[in-house]
Ligand binder design. Sequence first.
Ligand code: NAP
Length: 483
Amino acid sequence: MLCLTLTGETLEENALIAAACPAEIYELRTDLLKKPDADQIIQFSRQMNRPMILTCRRERDGGAYRRTDRTRASFLKKLLQEGAFSYADLEEDFKRSELEQIAAERGIEIIRSFHDLEKVPVDLFARIERISQRGEIPKAAVTACGIRDVVTLFNAEAQLRHIPKKIVLAMGPWGVPTRILYRRTGSFLTFASAPNAASAAPGHLDYSVMKDLYRCESVNSDTKIYGIIGNPVLHSASPRIHNPAYRTLGLNAVYVPFQVDDVRTFFMLADSLGIQGFSVTIPHKQEVLPYLGRITREVKQIGSCNTVVWERDTWKGINTDYYGFLRPIFDDLEQDRIKHALVIGAGGAARSAVWALRNHQCSVTVLNRTVEKAQQLALQTGSTWGSLDEADRTAAPDLIVQTTNVGMEPDTDADPLPAYQFRGQEILYELIYAPETTPIIERARRAGCRIVTGKQMLFSQGILQFETFTGLSYPFSEAAAVF
Ligand code: NAP
């Protein structure tokens, strides 16, 4: 079940949130209400006509309740007595036999929760066991500090299988996969916040993102899991390329962002979750190489891999940046309309671009702020090189490929080649995709140049990843919806 946590400051606000997000179950965070009135809360809960979890979270557990435990107990007692809730969330160290008795008499199930805002406690599983032995539903909301902690949480499914009703989730950016793949931790529900509402806990995702993008409620033991690894990774647009296409094609598959600090541990997680394939972004494009059983020629040439797929009993690495880069200019290369290119930058993206151009018989000049790096790439690829201020001194290019970070947030007014005069005949290929228009694009457009955008490349490489993962053609009806 996907539970929507109601985080409004008033019950009226919560009613609007619930109407906009019709969930199967709601959690009412009474600690966030500005004026918590027991009678009004009871009336609200009855009107909701859905299972409701009553929560009044203390400040030390990440909530907003500041008064004494005694006052809180009498507030909760009033609310429980009327039997308007299906569940009551009470903390592990907040034992009140009176409340437990009222809950038992009214048929209210107790969710016995514990929170760790700093780490995953070493006795995580033992505490869950102890709570379950009391006949209560254990809820562990702990803080993952790396991918190793995420592995621990997913182990809960196998190790605590005998406890069918439990909630085990990790807060913070590392914990996001445990929220989306909650059934793979053995949890019976997961939580989400309403769009634009205050987030109930670190790492809470938007309700529509959980429901419509990740379809978290449909994930089961047959679901094929794909994803993206990086650090950071939550900003990635890739889930919006892959997930809607699975839905359109009726595939039981999900594509999840995994923040990863240790590639080796992620490969262990990939084995245990049965992950079928994943995209790789900064800083892991080189780090994955030692774990691959097979690589393509491009991965070998470029020395980096952005796509890993489980194929014929091994992990195979490919580089869809290479092909994604080529796709928008492929016809121009094939028909010899691009013979000479200027590549600005000498980082990872530039390597893919230069190799792709050189493998298609295009001569290349690499210009970079750090000239030694331009020289290194040029020597490996049989290109020429120079510094950024030499753009006007090279042979007139048919194509300029902009691969530096100049023009990206927060540097959106900057232009990597301010002195270069566009002739209007060259194609400008800007790899930056956010923002969509950079100062150099504006200048080139004014001069009459054809523009290829970073978004076109991003989408092209995403489509190739989709096809590599699933063996199916990308449903192009999705393209418009994604971008
Ligand atoms: P990278 O390996 O870190 O390389 C960054 C490059 O930018 C280096 O050549 C660096 O020069 C240069 N640079 C950075 N700051 C600069 C500055 N202030 N002035 C001049 N040059 C500067 O990064 P990357 O992986 O190649 O990515 C580069 C860009 O390509 C990013 O915007 C990324 O989002 C984009 N990209 C887009 C796609 C797509 O699908 N559209 C795919 C991959 C990458 P130095 O060597 O002197 O440091």
